[in-house]
Write a protein that binds this ligand. Structure first.
Ligand SMILES: [Zn+2]
Length: 378
């Protein structure tokens, strides 16, 4: 009897031990199973520790996919639980501010859809700049434009407020040109003055000392006195003038390259003559004249007065053919508010055939072309 009791007691003990072991075993197995699954998904040891610390193993295992963005957030200790969906939605970017930028955009109040679009359209530097600005309600409308500049965002918003019916594309283009400021109200110093794509206008100033390289004299057949253009512009002009001559059309150069000093005299003369407001509709302040680039030329037909040039058949030909030689009518009719100058049918500018053709086909100004396609984003 006594022996039997003893045996029964032992059996109960053994059973209890087995149960405890099974329980512990299960627990350890389950614990390791999560780690195993997370490891299978490709998460690093550090990331797995963070996942467990945040009790996210079920959520992440259920997702059944690895996110390098999430991994980065976890391993750099920048993980914020409420942004976990964002980490999954954004493709990884190899840059130091990547996770900070995601977290900051979410903090500012941008929702997931907008944050995804922001990452689609902007680079890391731009996104960082955006995180320094307050929430913009319709940011998604702006960032789709290649030439959207984060630095100009506040100006776009203000300009849009003042021009409620203007298309957004125009809002952005105009502000990038500088048109939200008065003429000469905000000056950029031009540094690409040696290129045929240089833009100077009432917001963009050439250096006083700038003289174009390769100035050549224009063939006396088309110039009553000595006029110069850069080689490429001069050759294109002569080719055009020659072709016109074959069609019995005749043009003469009225003005071409002008130095800073020459322009200063001219501008002062016109101001004295017509007053500043009037003079500035046709004459540039020194440093702002296209004639200083050696790429601009004023012409007239042989039989027509300078101001009536657009009534001549020479002009009709130029209007439809100049782009084939790389020239544009730089200050067209109806674009006075963009160029800042009166309509000047006689003022041609060399920009190369491709750009001239685009401008001709799309009926835009070089100012618009420049900020859309040539200007660096930053
Ligand atoms: Zn001119």
């Amino acid at each position: 009897m006594k022996r039997k009791k003893l045996r029964l007691g032992r059996i109960i003990w053994v059973l209890i031990c087995i149960m405890v072991l099974i329980y512990l075993g299960n627990f350890i197995l389950a614990f390791n199973y999560d780690s195993f699954r997370l490891k299978q998904l490709n998460y690093s040891k550090i990331a797995i520790e963070e996942i467990k610390k945040n009790k996210l193993e079920d959520y992440i295992i259920a997702k059944k996919k690895y996110s390098k963005t999430l991994e980065k957030a976890l391993t750099t200790k920048q993980f914020i639980a409420k942004n976990i969906d964002l980490y999954y939605s954004l493709d990884y970017r190899d840059d130091d501010n990547f996770i900070t930028n995601i977290n900051s955009l979410a903090d500012i109040g941008y929702d997931k859809t907008k944050i995804i679009l922001i990452f689609k359209h902007l680079n890391s530097e731009e996104i960082e700049a955006l995180t320094k600005l307050p929430l913009t309600n319709n940011i998604e409308q702006y960032i789709v434009f290649d030439y959207f500049k984060v630095d100009n965002l506040e100006r776009y918003l203000n300009y849009r407020n003042k021009n409620k019916n203007m298309e957004l594309e125009k809002i952005i283009t105009h502000v990038n040109i500088g048109l939200d400021y008065p003429y000469y109200g905000k000056i950029t110093y031009v540094d690409d003055y040696d290129k045929i794509t240089v833009l100077t206008n009432k917001y963009r100033q050439l250096p006083e000392t700038f003289v174009p390289k390769n100035l050549v004299e224009i063939d006396k057949a088309y110039a009553p006195q000595t006029f110069q253009l850069t080689k490429i512009a001069g050759e294109a002009f002569e080719k055009m003038a020659n072709d016109m001559k074959k069609n019995d059309l005749h043009i003469q150069v009225v003005s071409a390259y002008r130095s800073f000093a020459y322009q200063a005299n001219l501008y002062n003369k016109y101001v004295a003559q017509d007053g500043k407001t009037k003079a500035e509709t046709y004459s540039a302040r020194p440093g702002h004249s296209e004639h200083q680039t050696g790429l601009a030329i004023d012409i007239s037909g042989n039989n027509y007065a300078f101001n009536d040039f657009d009534k001549s058949k020479e002009y009709q030909w130029i209007k439809d053919n100049a782009h084939l030689y790389g020239y544009i009518i730089r200050y067209p009719k109806g674009k006075e508010n963009i160029t800042g100058y009166q309509y000047e049918p006689w003022h041609l500018r060399y920009v190369g055939v491709d750009i001239a053709t685009y401008i001709y086909n799309h009926k835009i100004t070089f100012d618009e072309y420049y900020v859309k396609f040539l200007e660096q984003k930053k």
